[in-house]
Design a protein. Structure first.
Length: 483
């Protein structure tokens, strides 16, 4: 059925159409702070209509009720009629009509809300333009809000429009799920325009940022990263202040089908301030690192990522760097009803930063400050890639040379299912304690030898502290990020 539907759509390729089943697109919102994806996951033919179903995004479906299953940001589905009308549906199930084959200056009623108001659409322009560097015919449709008597109502909707190209569909569109309302229940969920910035099937414009893109380094690349955290003075935390400065110089890269293996030189200093003492550990070593595939991260921006009873959606931003961003934990969802149709946002306080990953420059990077003095920051301060340099180099002095790895390795970090603590030259008895951001102990593990694997089942995504103590009076501490 899907094959026949796509054939039917291709047969209409000489006509205008808003969404195509065989292409994946990226759109940037009018605030230019959130790139979202649009991909058709299934197609259905009903009588003479063709119905396209884009992947669902996390949407408010009613007051206090959110669902990651209901609808895309452009609506639950798109119906393509035999007369080339394309129908969209808002969260109330109301219909928005775009006549893709309407002629210049032709008008029609695109939306009607009972007997209160209606929205008139008009083909404002039809001309040759450029879409992601390719010449194409582009049609512009403008909107006008009318009252019951047909008078124009002063409304922000009158400034919005859509643009449709003959070859690639939407060049500019709206998040029709919220049409025609300007303000929804949440202030950050408003009707706005989205501009086409990339086509992944055709490799045009911006492409979806993947885990291997983020961790795409080459021999000669250098990254300087600083992590600095100050604990909440009103909570017991094993670590009051933590300052980690690290210089990575990449030496070798080996590509595999499901991973990338790197060897890099690392110069590092870690200063840890406890309630009753301060430690300074320095390293100068060579590390072998394995970057494994991360299918969840590779999802399109806006596509839900499920983990246990929670769901998140990452989005992208293209400003100084091309980044993929995991929103603050405040935007994590959890299911609370038996059938999973109604989800709620988590309430929280303190440092709950959004986490950024940068194209070819790694991550995670974040910055936040709590209400009573606590703060967390991990930032890129310098990089060199090829002939490009940015930022100011870190200066790390007083390091000692180690022929092999540093005393403790914690990998992978960020971790998802399991994290490994690997000690070198220390085969005694050890204890690992892991604390959450509030200083609560969430895991204790005792082991003998040099290796301990800890399963992260039940750990929510976020930032944790670990402290490893040894029978040899050696102590290690640091931060663990759980994806």
């Amino acid at each position: 059925m899907l094959f026949l539907a796509i054939l039917a759509l291709k047969a209409r390729a000489h006509d205008y159409q808003t969404v195509y089943a065989n292409q994946t697109a990226l759109f940037n919102n009018s605030s230019k702070d959130q790139i979202k994806g649009l991909r058709v996951d299934s197609v259905k033919v009903a009588a003479a209509d063709t119905i396209l179903y884009p992947f669902a995004t996390i949407q408010e479906v009613s007051a206090g009720c959110i669902s990651p299953y209901k609808a895309s940001w452009i609506g639950e589905n798109v119906v393509i009629k035999p007369d080339f009308s394309n129908l969209f549906f808002n969260r109330d199930g109301d219909t928005i009509i775009l006549k893709t084959n309407a002629r210049l200056n032709e008008t029609w009623i695109a939306f009607q809300r009972a007997d209160t108001f209606r929205v008139e659409a008009r083909v404002q322009a039809a001309e040759l333009g450029t879409v992601l560097g390719i010449s194409d015919s582009v049609k512009t449709i403008a909107f006008r809000l009318l009252d019951q008597q047909g008078n124009t109502v002063d409304h922000a909707l009158n400034k919005l429009k859509v643009k449709i190209s003959k070859m690639h569909g939407f060049v500019e569109t709206l998040n029709f799920y919220l049409f025609p309302d300007i303000v929804a229940s949440y202030p950050d969920k408003i009707l706005m325009s989205y501009t086409l910035v990339g086509l992944t099937n055709h490799r045009l414009g911006i492409q979806n940022l993947t885990w291997f893109d983020v961790n795409g380094f080459n021999p000669g690349d250098e990254l300087n990263v600083q992590e600095h955290n100050i604990g909440d003075p009103n909570f017991f935390l094993p670590v009051r202040e933590y300052d980690n400065r690290c210089i990575y110089k990449y030496l070798e890269r080996t590509n595999y089908a499901d991973s990338i293996v790197y060897r890099y030189a690392r110069k590092q200093s870690i200063k840890t301030v406890y309630t009753d003492s301060t430690t300074l550990v320095t390293y100068n070593d060579t590390v072998r690192s394995v970057v494994l595939a991360n299918p969840g991260f590779d999802k399109l921006p806006g596509e839900p990522i499920f983990q246990g009873n929670s769901a998140q959606q990452m989005y992208m931003r293209n400003d100084e760097f091309l980044t993929k961003i995991r929103p603050s934990a405040m935007n994590e969802l959890y299911v609370y009803s038996g059938n999973g149709d109604c989800w709620s946002e988590i309430a929280g306080e303190g440092c709950l930063p959004e986490i950024r990953y940068i194209d070819g420059l790694g991550g995670p990077y974040y910055q936040c400050r709590g209400y009573i003095g606590e703060s967390e920051e991990r930032k890129l301060v310098y990089y060199k890639k090829g002939e490009t340099e940015w930022g100011e180099k870190l200066v790390i002095t007083g390091v000692r040379n180690i022929k092999t790895y540093a005393g403790l390795q914690v990998f992978p970090n960020p971790a998802r299912n399991v994290v490994t603590f690997q000690l070198n030259d220390d085969a005694g008895t050890h204890e690992i304690r892991i604390y959450n951001q509030n200083g609560s102990l969430v895991k204790t593990e005792q082991f003998k030898g040099s290796t301990c694997k800890i399963k992260l089942a039940g750990f929510k995504s976020g930032i944790y502290f670990y402290r490893l103590t040894s029978s040899t009076s050696t102590e290690y501490s640091g931060k663990l990020v759980v994806d």
